[in-house]
Design a binder for this molecule. Structure first.
Ligand code: SF4
Length: 153
């Protein structure tokens, strides 16, 4: 069963958050009108290195039982190098992992299969309108609506 539901102790929210959102990179191929992350096409030179990312994951472990759920976001977490190694490290530390990838051509069926194989427990996709015209006008890239429906399927 998911660690989300399988905690031994009740959570003291004054001490331990339910979720931690890690903006793993600022890089993203979409150009959403509402982007709070100020996403850009390329990775920021100051983003955490792999080693700093591992150190961050160890800090999450310090919360103890029940651990927060780690949500990997961005930017597009799929644009982050070492993503699967970071996921594996989190899982080895007992941290549950979810992810919110951007729906770009990088989000393939193979990647979805890999995410499942690496024990990612949840995946969030955004659908902002009932038509491609509405959705793509918000996301800034034609074809995103169709890619989102495909990824959901
Ligand atoms: S998918 Fe997310 S990170 Fe990328 S541009 Fe849109 S809101 Fe920003």
């Amino acid at each position: 069963m998911s660690r989300l539901l399988n905690h031994g102790k009740p959570r003291d929210y004054a001490q331990t958050p339910l979720n931690i959102y890690w903006e793993t990179t600022q890089a993203c191929a979409l150009a959403c009108r509402h982007c709070r992350a100020e996403a850009v096409p390329d990775r920021h030179p100051m983003e955490l290195t792999f080693e700093e990312g591992v150190s961050f994951l160890h800090q999450i472990q310090d919360f103890g039982d029940p651990l927060p759920q780690l949500i990997l976001t961005g930017g597009d977490p799929l644009a982050r190098s070492g993503l699967f190694e970071l996921i594996d490290t989190a899982r080895k530390l007992g941290i549950g992992v979810s992810i919110t990838p951007a729906t770009t051509p990088a989000l393939t069926r193979e990647i979805l299969v890999q995410l499942k194989a690496h024990e990612v427990e949840g995946l969030g996709l955004s659908l902002d309108g009932s038509t491609a015209e509405r959705h793509d006008a918000i996301r800034g890239v034609p074809g995103t609506f169709d890619r989102t429906l495909q990824a959901i399927q």
